[in-house]
Design a protein around this ligand. Structure first.
Ligand SMILES: N[C@H](CCC[C@H](N)C(=O)O)C(=O)O
Length: 286
């Protein structure tokens, strides 16, 4: 099976071009687990399929490294956009990509080599209702800077969906050890029936956020695009930042704008292709 490794700020996935590879009979969650393994497989935060779509120019499916399928992936969308342009699947610099969380519209910009280096993506409107996250409790209720206690420690949390769930925690100081310790406790908290991504954010000033993430289904990653969007939205709702925010992630920076005019969140950042190869391990079939 041919694959390509790309990453968005170090959030790396194994990409398979399903215009060339037929994976229709493959056990995709098991394939994701196998190829993501950094010792016994290719290595990555998960598996992303680039597929034909009946309602958009392309379709993206995302599998975390535990095999669970996600509804959206911001870094993945930037890398899919780079792949389809650089590999000639389109000559357009803007197109549509269908995800389980909705259809988005990337706009790519080219470097001096004529290849994509930056991508801006309209990631759609944030959702806040418990039913949309999803969270237990009153379906139409929103969770804004509310208390959540895990491991004997209380956090202030805002819940945001970007097509996938995000628990945004406001902390005075972002600590890697807190992400590893409390991240899984909140990912599996009873309030989140489909689990959740967990973001720890420190407001640096009106235009900047320090950000670290524990991803649902993948654990600590160097970056999370949907998480950065959710964090920028939560920070603005808190009154501590404007609508244009630079999010400093472990792997680098994303620029996020939550536009007042259309209520949509725009994410701008890089996408990088590292290598292509042939996976010759056993393909698991359904
Ligand atoms: N772990 C996420 C999917 C990947 C999102 C992240 N890598 C991004 O760039 O948005 C979830 O289960 O919702």
């Amino acid at each position: 099976m041919k694959f390509t490794k790309l990453h968005g700020l170090g959030n790396d996935y194994v990409y398979v071009n399903c215009f060339e590879e037929d994976l229709s009979r493959v056990d995709l969650p098991e394939l994701a687990r196998r190829v993501s393994d950094r010792n016994f497989g290719i290595g990555g935060d998960g598996l992303i399929l680039i597929m034909p779509s009946e309602r958009a120019d392309f379709r993206m499916r995302v599998f975390n490294n535990d095999g669970s399928e996600a509804k959206n992936c911001g870094n993945g969308l930037r890398c899919v956009s780079k792949y389809v342009y650089d590999h000639g699947l389109t000559e357009q610099t803007t197109f549509t990509v269908e995800t389980l969380g909705g259809t988005v519209t990337p706009v790519v910009s080219l470097g001096a080599d004529g290849r994509v280096d930056q991508v801006t993506i309209d990631m759609g409107e944030p959702r806040f209702e418990r039913a949309a996250i999803p969270m237990t409790g009153i379906p139409e209720e929103q969770v804004r800077e509310e208390g959540i206690e895990v491991g004997g420690t209380a956090f202030t949390m805002t819940a945001v969906s970007m097509g996938n769930p995000h628990a945004i925690l406001f902390v005075d100081e972002v600590k890697e050890e807190d992400v590893r310790h409390y991240g899984p406790m909140i990912e599996y908290h009873e309030w989140f029936p489909e689990r959740t991504n967990v973001e720890f954010i420190q407001i640096l000033n009106h235009e900047e956020i320090l950000f670290r993430v524990w991803e649902r289904g993948s654990g600590v990653t160097l970056a999370c695009g949907t998480g950065a969007c959710a964090a920028a939205v939560a920070a603005h709702l808190s009154g501590k930042t404007g609508r244009k925010v630079t999010v400093h992630l472990a792997g680098g920076d994303l620029f996020i704008e939550w536009k007042e005019a259309d209520n949509r969140v725009y994410m701008t950042g890089p996408a990088t292709e590292v290598f292509s190869g042939e996976y010759v391990g056993e393909i698991p079939f359904k």
